[in-house]
Design a protein around this ligand. Structure first.
Ligand code: COA
Ligand code: AMP
Length: 645
């Protein structure tokens, strides 16, 4: 297929193999994935490519036996890649840069796997990793994979209550943590947060391993807590444990409609097959290239594209502990790209909005040599055309929006650079990636005409690497994703597909919002607000924010007889969300209102409130109980500067 882009001078005319590759997958998906599976190392090959006998609980490559750590490390060392950098830790926040070759990383992982074994961790046990972006987090993940333990990484910015919820759900034998995280304005001791979480949780882990960082020394509880360095000093290296292709590799919690996070379960073999394909198909990376996902290991982007995919592909991965601005300046991304010869950067559009605000004319960009840099990939939230255009003009390389979710582990829609670039349409993450049959449905489950909006769904089975189920919650897996449109996976996103098959992902269909590329649920904020003693009722919504994409705001109705100043209650509510969910929620606004707008059946009209706050046109809901409540809400929002855009 010939792709041209008259209006985009930086894009050359290329021949794309996208259409033929997509058609090859459609013709025979199992043959297509069997072929891709040749790219990973099997201790024992699969009996069948796909087991659909318990659909929608699909299993990829049953009968096969693999080890993800073997594929990420040992295999490359055995093939002569031992002296190549596997991981470069670049931490402008601590002014440390440390590089690990494949051989060195393997050695560390073997030792930590031995340390885990010595603590009694065996195949199938869960291990929570609650750490900042330090190499030991990656080492801990790979060490779990090595011995067949199931890791669950919890983002370091989450507060104790969130950690406790995850502890009770996945009941880990052990927690691996660090003494502190470091943010530009403060150092955050993790150990008190961890101790509080263990105190709150019903499940008590058998042990805790703490990496003592030089900035903060954590107090260890004798008998339960262990020092990382001490365990490593006496650890015996552990070899890889073969696991079933279908055994879980990890659980990663993500936000759903309710306050309770969903534990997405990932397998071993399918995960490797999907991610390995994406490294060349989507990102056009070759073994030896340097790949940088500027995210945190606590999010799916970190799992897939800091840790597993680059290492499975024999690339060098960058682990960055810093921010796009302020550590020390808006030139840090370009400094890292130049210094480590990064070929592709993957980040969230919000990073670019932050950089643009500080460096609108790209003066920092021009200070650095970007000659090794080929492509900028954006995901995690909608890439607004204005930001994409600015990035294209400044960076003068292709800027590729792509769309995916924690549930899928890799791109559902992308401009697959390894297949030859298609024309870019700003505002669209391009087309469905081979493996995904994406459609747009109306509420009755009928496909809409091209150009019309609706719920975005994907035909089952999802490709390798997509979730197996939700941890301890097969019923939730069905009810959250599979029930509404039988035979189709409900993505929770709404949007449309144009006449050329380009997708446009516009909003969520559920109560999830996206702050700075992080997915959080309004339900969890509402739970925290509702727990305040003065609050009778509450609602939370995600509203548009110029830099972070969205931020949450809360509305509360006070209990009758509460005689407190509004300002005081508002401050307490903001602090409460910070303490119980984490600063990362960016919850800064709580409004006290007399009533919440509801339908006659009592459903809170969150969608209407969001439209009012975002200054969008909104029809008066036919089922509203009392229209005057919306006038009061409009006034409260206007007083805070919302609704005027
Ligand atoms: N541990 C503890 N606290 C954390 C944290 C962590 N790991 N990560 C963030 N926080 C805190 C921050 O200190 C901040 O606290 P504050 O309210 O006291 O300032 C709050 O959570 C919000 O953090 P953040 O979202 O990083 O906002 P910011 O205003 O400090 O920075 C950006 C704004 C745009 C620079 C930042 O959001 C960013 O780098 N975004 C990119 C996100 C990204 O890469 N996402 C990847 C998904 S693909
Ligand atoms: P997460 O599971 O945290 O990765 O969040 C996934 C959600 O982020 C998706 O369901 C979308 O709502 C949003 N998202 C991710 N990438 C994009 C994108 N490229 N365009 C629009 N929305 C996106």
């Amino acid at each position: 297929m010939i792709a041209s882009l008259a209006s985009e001078p930086q894009v050359q005319i290329v021949t794309s193999r996208y259409a033929e590759t997509y058609a090859a997958w459609q013709r025979d998906p199992e043959a297509y994935w069997a072929q891709a599976a040749e790219d990973i190392h099997w201790f024992k090959r699969w009996d069948r490519v796909l087991d659909s006998s318990r659909a929608p609980f699909y299993r990829w490559f049953p009968g096969g036996s693999v080890n993800t750590c073997y594929n990420a490390l040992d295999r490359h060392v055995e093939a002569g890649r031992g002296a190549q950098a596997a991981l470069i830790y670049d931490s402008p926040i601590t002014r440390v840069i440390r590089s690990f070759t494949y051989a060195e990383l393997l050695n560390q992982v073997k030792l930590f796997a031995g340390a885990l074994k010595a603590q009694g961790v065996t195949k199938g046990d869960r291990v929570i990793i609650y750490m900042p972006a330090v190499p030991e987090a990656v080492i801990a993940m790979l060490a779990c994979a090595r011995i067949g333990a199931i890791h669950s990484v919890v983002f370091g910015g989450f507060a104790p209550r969130e950690l406790a919820i995850r502890l009770d759900d996945c009941t880990p034998k052990l927690i691996v943590s660090a003494s502190c995280g470091i943010e530009p304005t403060r150092t955050i001791p993790y150990k008190p947060l961890l101790d509080e979480a263990i105190e709150i949780a019903a499940h008590k882990p058998q042990g805790v391993i703490v990496l003592q960082r030089p900035q903060v020394k954590a107090t260890l509880l004798p008998g339960r807590d262990h020092d990382w360095d001490e365990l490593m000093a006496r650890a015996r290296p552990a070899e890889c444990v073969p696991v079933a292709a279908t055994d879980p590799l990890y659980i990663l919690y993500t936000s759903g409609s309710t306050g309770k996070p969903k534990g997405v379960v990932r397998d071993n073999a399918g995960h490797m097959v999907g991610l390995k394909w994406s490294m060349h198909g989507v990102y056009d990376m070759k073994p030896g290239d340097v790949f940088w996902a500027a995210s945190d290991v606590g999010w799916v982007v970190g799992h897939s594209y800091i840790v597993y995919a680059p290492l499975l592909h024999g690339c060098t991965t960058i682990l960055f502990e810093g921010k796009p601005v302020g550590t020390p300046d808006a030139g840090v991304f370009w400094r890292v790209i130049e210094q480590h010869k990064v070929a592709a950067l993957f980040t969230a559009p919000t990073s670019f909005r932050a950089i643009r605000r500080e460096d609108p004319n790209g003066e920092f960009i021009r200070k650095y040599d970007l000659s090794n840099f080929r492509t900028l990939f954006l995901a995690g939230e909608r890439a607004d055309p204005d930001t994409v255009r600015w990035a294209e003009e400044q960076v003068k390389k292709p800027v590729i929006d792509h769309w995916w979710q924690t549930e899928t582990a890799w791109a559902i829609a992308a401009n697959c650079m390894g297949l030859g670039m298609l024309p870019v349409k700003h505002g669209s993450p391009t087309k469905a990636v081979p493996g995904y049959d994406v459609r747009v449905f109306d509420p009755a489950g009928q496909e809409v005409e091209r150009g019309e909006s609706g719920a975005i769904v994907v035909k089952l089975p999802l490709p390798p690497a997509a979730m197996l189920t939700l941890w301890n919650n097969d019923t939730g897996y069905i009810s959250s994703y599979m029930q509404e449109y039988p035979g189709w996976y409900k993505t929770g996103d709404a949007g449309m597909q144009d006449a050329d098959g380009y997708l446009y992902i516009m909003s969520r269909t559920d109560d999830v919002f996206n702050v700075a590329g992080h997915r959080l649920s309004t339900g969890s904020i509402e739970e925290v607000l509702a727990g305040h003693p003065a609050v009778a009722e509450c609602a939370a919504i995600g509203v548009r924010d110029e830099m972070k994409g969205q931020v949450p705001i809360g509305f509360v109705v006070l209990k009758a007889g509460v005689d407190r100043s509004e300002a005081e209650v508002r401050n307490e509510l903001v602090q409460r969300v910070r303490d119980q969910i984490g600063a990362v929620a960016s919850f800064k606004t709580a409004l006290v209102v007399k009533q919440l707008p509801k339908t006659r059946s009592g459903k809170i009209l969150r969608g209407t409130m969001r439209r009012i706050a975002d200054g969008e046109p909104w029809p008066m809901p036919a089922t509203i109980e009392d229209p005057s409540v919306l006038d009061a809400i409009t006034q409260s929002l206007a007083a805070e500067g919302y609704g005027k855009r």
